[in-house]
Design a protein around this ligand. Structure first.
Ligand code: FES
Ligand code: FES
Length: 259
């Protein structure tokens, strides 16, 4: 089995060295595990992580090395081999023909950024981008992705540089628990292409008039993102983030620190 270890950058070493000095060696040797993650979450709730947010962006947004889980064909029922690109890297993976893209990403490729919310196509948490269009990976069979290009949230940042949409979500605090966030961000990134191509939505007026490129209003953004549910209700911040990423103009934050 391939080594799944992505070496830490110097910034990440510093971040973890400051936050969790006693675990640094272990993190370097074996990567972040659940215990470290829970500690990070604890620090985030205590506000301490905010002071390290630049390093945290890098630590939490960076792509990961792929670890394709190889199973002997006998262990996979109805095995099919699927070859597709994931975050620009080609993979050849043997899957059960009934396996969803979401399970393939999470269970076979170790890409756990895409979340399983409802597993029924109702929440949008599992949204990824296939050939430029957003799809619900819980309703997409991996076998249908042969020869396609799949982008998950892990593929949006380039090295240590966030995708502008990720940066805008951070700036506008477009997440609270964060469980829906990878789907929201993938959806929002693909939304940019839809707007650029002038694709109409349910509330676009005069759909008979072909449009070249649409600058989205708040209502248009809300309508087009309505398939992505956020149970924490970060919607105003998400709309502000998408608006800023689409127009390239700073949108005033709807929140501020007090005290
Ligand atoms: S997990 Fe796919 S839509 Fe909810
Ligand atoms: S940030 Fe919690 S569900 Fe969206």
């Amino acid at each position: 089995m391939a080594n799944n270890q992505t070496p830490l950058t110097e910034e990440e070493k510093k971040l973890f060295g400051d936050l969790m000095p006693e675990e640094l060696e272990e993190i370097i040797d074996s990567g972040l595990n659940r215990r470290h993650f829970m500690k990070l979450i604890g620090l985030a709730s205590a506000g301490l992580l905010a002071a390290y947010v630049v390093g945290a962006e890098q630590a939490l947004a960076r792509g990961v090395a792929l670890d394709v889980q190889e199973f002997p064909p006998a262990a996979v029922e109805n095995a099919v081999t699927v070859n597709f690109k994931i975050n620009t890297q080609s993979v050849n993976v043997v899957v059960d023909s009934r396996m969803t893209l979401l399970d393939t990403l999470r269970e076979r490729l170790g890409l756990t950024g895409s979340k399983k919310g409802c597993d029924h196509g109702q929440c949008g948490a599992c949204t990824v981008i296939v050939d430029g269009n957003r799809v619900l990976s819980c309703l997409t069979l991996a076998a249908t992705c042969e020869g396609r290009s799949v982008i998950s949230v892990e593929g949006l940042a380039k090295n240590n540089t966030l995708n502008p949409m990720q940066a805008a979500f951070l700036k506008h605090d477009g997440f609270q628990c964060g469980f829906c966030t990878s789907g929201q961000i993938c959806s929002a990134v693909a939304l940019m292409k839809e707007a650029k191509e002038g694709q109409a939505s349910y509330i676009t007026s005069n759909i008979r008039q072909p449009q070249s490129s649409i600058t989205l209003s708040d209502d248009e953004i809300a309508e087009r993102m309505s398939g992505n549910i956020c149970r924490c209700g970060a919607y105003p911040n998400i709309v502000a983030a998408i608006k800023e990423a689409q127009t390239g103009k700073a949108v005033e934050q709807t929140w501020q620190f007090v005290g």
